[in-house]
Design a protein around this ligand. Structure first.
Ligand SMILES: [Zn+2]
Length: 315
């Protein structure tokens, strides 16, 4: 059994205390600024000698652009991290590399407006049920800023999580009407690819078209496709075609929910037809009686709700 060791240390030097509070490796804190309720911390990387990646010449600092990132709140106050970057220039005239900016993914990833730690935190928050709007409110930033970061980091997590794909031998395809894109747009559909053996979603595709769903399954490793023995579907001809072409060895199984739904629809049609033939009129839909738990025509339910003082004589 392994024992976890925890280091304990005490800092007394103000610079070291500040570095520990900031919690970023290989950075120097340049400035603390407060504007209204917003706090901004300016940092820079600790840089030694930088060489051009193409020719190896020693690069020189050309510019110091400042890029602002949304960081985690500190002591309840929204925080911005102003990163004073190093734009370097290669002195070699024959080199194709004219200039480049030093990066550090531990501070912030390329094209992300959140710091790495804020983006990871936001991804966990949204992944465990909070809305993007709530998280954006806590970080005091735009909805799109959080959504873009969560999408980027969430996609990376999905790509890294191969276990969710590898362990199943039964998958399911199901369509979901997902969002109405606008007043004059149609409802769009997404396809949920699920591990029906372990009750886990594998992925959600932004389409229910044959080519998109088939492409997703076809992209998966050959070993994974060979281990899929069952393919659940909602009686959609498209999904049946996907299974037939991409996973021909998988046994196609109709989802019980959709089978029962179809059986109920068929039974209801027969009931309406028989009632029409016997009574000469439509007798209404079936509703569930909360007292007995049984289904009965709606007019029976309505009669049972009448006040007891009104006595209905049988005719
Ligand atoms: Zn160079």
């Amino acid at each position: 059994m392994s024992q976890q060791s925890r280091s304990t240390f005490v800092l007394t030097d103000p610079t070291e205390i500040l570095a520990a509070l900031v919690g970023l490796k290989d950075v120097r804190v340049l400035q603390y600024q407060r504007r209204g309720h917003e706090v901004e911390l300016m940092i820079e990387q600790v840089v030694d000698t930088v060489s051009c990646s193409r020719c190896g010449e020693r690069a020189r600092v050309k510019e110091r652009p400042v890029v602002s990132y949304v960081d985690l709140p500190v002591y309840g106050a929204p925080m911005r991290l102003a990163w004073k970057k190093h734009r370097m220039a290669c002195p070699n005239r024959h080199c194709d590399v004219q200039s480049f900016v030093l990066a550090d993914h531990r501070i912030a990833a390329k094209s992300c407006l959140l710091t790495t730690r804020a983006a990871k935190w936001a991804t966990v928050q949204v992944g465990t049920g909070r809305t993007v709007k709530e998280v954006a409110g806590e970080l005091d930033c735009d909805w799109h800023t959080v959504n873009d970061a969560v999408t980027t980091y969430g996609a990376a997590l999905l790509d890294a999580d191969r276990k969710r794909l590898a362990r199943t031998s039964a998958i399911g395809l199901d369509e979901t009407s997902f969002v109405r894109l606008g007043r004059y747009r149609h409802t769009s559909f997404a396809t949920t690819v699920a591990d029906v053996e372990h009750h886990q979603i594998i992925d959600i595709l932004e389409s229910r078209d044959y080519k998109d769903v088939a492409r997703f399954l076809d992209r998966q490793p050959e070993a994974w496709k060979n281990q899929i023995r069952f393919g659940a579907l909602d009686m959609s001809a498209t999904y049946a075609a996907v299974y037939s072409v991409v996973l021909p060895n998988a046994l196609q199984v109709v989802d019980p929910f959709h089978a029962i739904k179809l059986a109920n629809q068929a039974l209801d049609e027969v009931r309406r037809r028989v009632q029409q033939e016997r009574l000469g009129h439509y007798a209404g839909d079936l509703v569930k009686n909360p007292a007995s738990g049984l289904c009965q025509p709606a007019w029976v339910s309505m009669r049972s709700r009448r006040p007891s003082k009104i006595f209905c004589r049988p005719t």
